[in-house]
Design a binder for this molecule. Sequence first.
Ligand SMILES: Cc1cc2nc3c(=O)[nH]c(=O)nc-3n(C[C@H](O)[C@H](O)[C@H](O)COP(=O)(O)O)c2cc1C
Length: 404
Amino acid sequence: MSIWQDRHVTVVVSGGIASYKAIYLIRQLMKQGATVRVAMTPHAAEFVTPLTFQTLTQQPVVCDEFTLQDPQHVVHVELADWTDSLIVVPATANIIAKMAVGLADDAATTTILATTAPKYVVPAMNSHMYANPATQRNLAQLTADGMHVLTPATGMLAEGYAGQGRLPEPDVIYDWLTQQHLLQATDLPLHGKRVLVTAGGTREMLDPVRYISNRSSGKMGYAVARVARELGAKVTLISTPTALTKPAGVTYTEVTSAADLAKAVKADFEETDLLVMAAAVSDFKPTHAVDQKIKKQPGQTGLTLELAETEDILKTLAPLKTHQFVVGFAAETQHLIENAEKKLAAKKLDMLVANDVSKPGVGFNGDTNQVTLLTPNSTPMTTNLLSKTEIAQTILKAAIERGV
Ligand SMILES: Cc1cc2nc3c(=O)[nH]c(=O)nc-3n(C[C@H](O)[C@H](O)[C@H](O)COP(=O)(O)O)c2cc1C
C-alpha cells in the first residue's frame, strides 16, 4: 500500500561526514517496500564501507565503474536503467558541482548522468561551503534541470559551530521524498479525493484549568490521515492537542471541545469525499463552564457536576450527506456488534469501525488495535490485532472498494 512498495530506488552516497546517515534512510525506504541499490563515490567509501550498504540492501554496491565482475553488463548503465527514483544523500558540494555541469568521472556520477529517473538531492556540508556563491549557483542549476533539492538544516555542524548545511534527520528526508513522489503520482487510489479525518479526545472545560476528556491518544486518526495522504488524497486532519508528530503533507487544524470539532467538520464537510471520524468526542459537557478556577470551600466534602449533551456531529451530518462516504468509530466495552449495528443505521454511516476497548492491546493509547468493520447489508469483518497503520490501511482499502 505504500507509495514505495516495489519501487526501484538508487541511493547515491557521496563522501561527507553525514554519509553514515544514508543507512537510516535506506532502512526506512526498504521497510516501506522499496528495493534499494547503492552507488558510492570512492570518497564515500572512506567514510562508510561498501560492505555495510551491500549487507543492508542485500544488493551489490556500485563503487568501481571499471570492475571485471559482470561481463554481461556495463554496471552504471544497468543500474541507471533499473532506477525508478534516484536520491543523492548526502550530496557533497563536490558532487553537486559535478552534477551541475554533467561530469561523469566515477560510477556514482556516471549513474546519475545516465538515468532518466526523477532525481532528489539532499545537500550536506559546512555552512560556508553551502553559502558559497559557486554552490548556490550549482544548486540553482540542478533545480533548473528539474531535480528536486532539499534545503539543509541549520544547527550544530561537525566543525563545532552552528550554521546552515546539516543533513536533515532521516525522518525529515523520508517525509520530503514521499511528499515529492505524491505530488507527481496520479495513479494512486485516492488521487484527487479530499479526506477529512478527526483525531484525539475532546476536552470539555470545567473552569480555566480543568477539563473532562478521555484516554484517546489520537494515534488511530493520525495513522488514517498519514495513510490517506500516502494513497494520494488531499487530507485535512482536525485534531485535539496531542503529543504526536503531525503527518507530513496534511492540512492540520487544532480544536479543543466537541463544539469546536463540530464547527470545523461542518465547515469542510461539503468539500469532503471521505470523512473518517476517529476522534473520541465527548457526549457530555459541563452545563456551566465558569471563568474562574473552582475553589474548594472550607468544609466542602464533594462537588456535583451538572452535564449537558454535546452536539452529535454524525447525526447532524446524516441529512447533509450528498456524495460523502462517512466512517464512524465506536469504542465499546460490551455488546460490541449489537451496539455498532444500531449506530451504523441510526447515523446513516457508510462504515463503522467498532473496537472493544476492554480487550488488551485494543483501542485507546496503544500502537495496536483490533477492529470490526461494519457496512450496510454485509457481514461484519473482524481484523487480527494489527498496528494502527495496518488498521488504517484496512479501513481505507475497504472504503475505496466501496466506491470512495
Ligand atoms: C572528515 C571530512 C568530512 C567531510 N565532510 C564533508 C561534507 O559534509 N560535505 C561536503 O560537501 N564535503 C565534505 N568533505 C569534503 C569531501 O569529502 C571532498 O570534497 C570530496 O572530494 C568529496 O568527494 P565526492 O563528492 O566524490 O564524494 C569532508 C572531508 C573530510 C575529510
